[in-house]
Design a protein around this ligand. Structure first.
Ligand code: Z5A
Length: 209
């Protein structure tokens, strides 16, 4: 019995985490065994790597090779320790960000050679490819508006400028185009409308029979 692996991707503030939690609640209410997780992180070791990568106050300067290898190290641990075992035991895994984030953030925005990104992703994934990727699409202006409303400091990557996030958004649009794994949804609708669309698409893909 194999489970289902769904990832959530998009620019910051697009509503990934909100929608992931709404989908998890709906699935749990219908009796499904659901694991909620995130990247970077998701395991004890991965969360330590997350702190290293995202702490915006330490002033660490990462070489791009260091940055991408740390994201992939967190991912390899996550796949081996948590995601693959859960899928093998028939659970539904919902993950906030995964390998597409590396394609877009390190590949498109930080210009790491696409073949290198692909090679490193494949090495970390060991064949653990999502069955579906949900992508709430919002503009960079809307992303900045939502982030400005939140309390707290911006992490190391969130401190990048607007042109960086335009590259990220265009990167996701490029990835989603013609890719059946992706389900792009208008992230500017209200949360319940977006959730309804995601729920319908999820049921259509996985609960049809
Ligand atoms: N990163 C990378 O570079 N390479 C990699 O391989 C990986 C990650 C895996 C992780 O950040 C950072 O790591 C990320 C990419 C990089 N850096 N950036 N930028 P994170 O996980 O801490 O945070 P995030 O993923 O960027 O996003 P977020 O801030 O958690 O936002 P979100 O999950 O997309 O949105 P949200 O928390 O659900 O909602 C944000 C706000 O909008 C909140 O106030 C909501 O109430 C509001 N919201 C949500 N939905 C709506 C709707 N529909 N209308 C209006 N307002 C809404």
């Amino acid at each position: 019995m194999s489970g289902i692996f769904v990832t959530f991707e998009g620019i910051e503030g697009c509503g990934k985490s909100t929608q992931l939690n709404m989908l998890a609640n709906w699935l749990r209410a219908s009796g499904k065994d659901v694991i909620v997780t995130r990247e970077p992180g998701g395991t004890e070791l991965g969360e330590k790597i997350r702190n290293l990568l995202l702490d915006g106050n330490k002033g660490d300067v990462f070489s791009i090779r260091t940055e991408i290898l740390l994201f992939e190290a967190s991912r390899a641990q996550h796949v081996d320790e948590k995601i693959s075992p859960a899928i093998k035991s028939g659970k539904i895994v919902l993950c906030d960000r995964f390998s597409d984030s590396t394609v877009v953030y390190q590949g498109v925005a930080r210009a790491v050679d696409p073949h290198t990104v692909q090679f490193l992703n494949e090495f970390a994934l060991c064949g653990c490819i999502p069955d579906m990727t949900i992508f709430p699409n919002i503009s960079v202006a809307e992303s900045f508006r939502r982030i400005a409303l939140e309390d707290g400091s911006r992490d190391r990557i969130e401190q990048e400028d607007e042109s960086f996030f335009e590259k990220i958004r265009n990167g996701y649009l490029g990835l989603a185009k013609g890719n059946a794994r992706f389900f792009m949804v208008d992230g500017t609708d209200n949360e319940e409308i977006i959730h309804g669309k995601i729920r319908n698409e999820f049921a259509e893909r996985f609960f049809k029979n």
